[in-house]
Design a protein around this ligand. Structure first.
Ligand SMILES: O=C(O)c1ccccc1N[C@@H]1O[C@H](COP(=O)(O)O)[C@@H](O)[C@H]1O
Length: 215
């Protein structure tokens, strides 16, 4: 049983959003290094933002088909960085950086998730996202019933989560963690502190209901 669903808030670009996520109880925050994203941050900007994080809040660097040198430079600049591969990276490319990583699985119908998990067995977690044009951050929910019951790697549920649907998502999927970007924004790349707070409260609501059900 997962006693506490971990929370990642992704796509942070501003100091106040980093502070809001940490204060609301986020376990991780994501910095998007994909240049085509409206949430893209430069390495120096991400380093400034990561320096604000209190202890035990993990910075995550999101990459889409980035060159190895760029990923290594990010790891050097932000020593505690965990990686999120959200493109077409092979298992060998993910492993080459020698860092803990999350591997995004874009949930198109027909994807064999167990086979995918087997290929990326070195990943710390599989991050399940809706299939959208442009790789991610699309605010689209996928059909959670496509997730097989026994994925052998921890699952991070993602894709179109909001304060209104995350409780249901956790109760249905029972993921290790949840990840949100557009569902807590007032504009692309601009987080809404109240939405972040409500999102985290909705996660705790799910955890409380799960705990009550097993008590
Ligand atoms: O946030 C982005 O712009 C982004 C760009 C490219 C790949 C992934 C991206 N974000 C990730 O997408 C999922 C779902 O986001 P949303 O909550 O549906 O907006 C999430 O893991 C983000 O980290």
């Amino acid at each position: 049983m997962n006693p506490r669903t971990r929370i990642k808030i992704c796509g942070l670009t501003r100091e106040e959003d980093v502070d809001a996520a940490a204060q609301a109880g986020a376990d991780a925050v994501g910095f998007v290094f994909y240049p085509k994203s409206p949430r893209h941050v430069t390495l120096s900007r991400a380093r400034e933002l990561a320096r604000r994080l209190p202890p035990f809040v993990t910075p995550v660097g999101l990459f889409v088909n980035a060159p190895l040198a760029q990923i290594e430079a990010a790891c050097e600049a932000i020593p505690s960085l965990v990686l999120q591969f959200h493109g077409d990276e092979t298992p060998e490319q993910c492993a080459a950086v020698r860092r803990p990583y999350l591997r995004a699985a874009r949930m198109a119908p027909g994807l064999d998730l167990l086979h995918f998990a087997h290929r990326y067995a070195d990943a710390q977690a599989l991050l399940l996202d809706a299939y959208v044009e442009g790789y991610g951050g699309g605010g689209k929910v996928f059909d959670w019933s496509l997730i097989p019951p026994s994925v052998p790697i921890p699952v991070v549920l993602s894709g179109g989560l909001t304060p209104a649907n995350v409780t249901d998502g956790i109760l249905q999927v029972r993921p290790w963690a949840v990840d949100v970007s557009s569902g807590v924004e007032s504009a692309k790349g601009i987080k809404d502190p109240d939405a972040i707070r409500r999102f985290c409260e909705a996660v705790r609501e799910a955890d409380a209901r799960i705990a009550a059900a097993v008590a």
